[in-house]
Design a protein around this ligand. Structure first.
Ligand SMILES: Nc1ncnc2c1ncn2[C@@H]1O[C@H](COP(=O)(O)OP(=O)(O)OP(=O)(O)O)[C@@H](O)[C@H]1O
Ligand SMILES: [Mg+2]
Length: 242
């Protein structure tokens, strides 16, 4: 579904992504981990065209979306994004946060958008909160609204950027379980995080991004115990209970 090749992104000569190769197969759940500042969010921003790449290619369902004639609106309907800080609109109710893109991008009537949004909110146990505003719900609940908003567009895949960084450990586990459930329901997932516990719940394997380069794609066990680089072992050793 996603094929990234030799992706380079620099900002004013400062190289942040240095030849990244990454594949995400349909139905897959792919976890990318790395230290703060290694380029995870930059990679995702290239993927939904919030940033233009410096060189390299990103194929999504066979099309190179780095081309300037890419339909960015359509791309963003096909790939749902759940951001680090949820990015809900503070002045809109939970329901309207979910209906907005359905009405503005999809052109659904308010009634149809409400019906679709209610279906997704119900699924995420947020329907009773639909008339509240973001300030009136918890972090975990905001995260579920952000996920409902992404799901409402029936995307081919959902990309998560640090979905648990603003959550306490209990809510983090809930969101991790939720992401797994989505994947079991055949939503393709790409998740970037530095939360080792989250990564482990989501996948046995992980892509390790280090200073803009993919350094390894391997099991947690290998990265934690057997990887030749002590820095890598230390990174994955955090929170290790074996
Ligand atoms: N718009 C920008 N202009 C200049 N530099 C940028 C820009 N966006 C990101 N960077 C730089 O790129 C590097 C990678 O940033 P990025 O946000 O991708 O890291 P990250 O891996 O997501 O980190 P974190 O785990 O803290 O979220 C950082 O050094 C950052 O300062
Ligand atoms: Mg980031």
């Amino acid at each position: 579904m996603i094929k990234i090749r030799s992706l380079v992104k620099d900002f004013d000569g400062h190289c942040v992504l240095n030849g990244v190769n990454l594949d995400v197969a349909a139905g897959d759940i792919k976890v990318v981990m790395g230290a703060s500042g290694c380029g995870k969010s930059t990679l995702l921003r290239c993927l939904n065209r919030l940033l233009d790449v410096t060189s390299g290619s990103i194929h999504f369902m066979g099309n190179d979306i780095t081309h300037k004639d890419t339909d960015v609106r359509q791309l963003r309907q096909q790939i749902g994004f759940v951001f680090q800080q949820f990015a809900l609109y503070r002045h809109l109710s939970v329901l309207d946060n979910v209906t907005l893109a359905l009405r503005k991008l999809r052109g659904l009537s308010r009634a149809d958008a409400n019906e679709k949004a209610s279906f997704e909110l119900e699924k995420l146990a947020m329907i009773d909160h639909r008339h509240k505003y973001p300030a009136q719900i918890s972090g975990g609940q905001k995260q579920r609204v952000a996920i409902a908003r992404a799901l409402a567009m029936d995307p081919s895949m959902i990309v998560f950027d640090e979905p648990t960084s603003a959550l306490d450990p209990i809510m983090s586990r809930e969101v991790a379980a939720l992401i797994r459930t989505l994947n079991e329901e055949r939503v393709t997932i790409l998740c970037v995080t530095h939360d080792v516990a989250l990564g482990k719940v989501l996948s046995d394997n992980v892509v390790f991004l280090d200073r803009g380069e993919v350094k390894a794609e391997a099991s947690f066990d290998y990265l934690c115990h057997d990887h030749p680089d002590a820095e890598v072992r230390a990174f994955f050793g955090r929170g290790e209970s074996r």
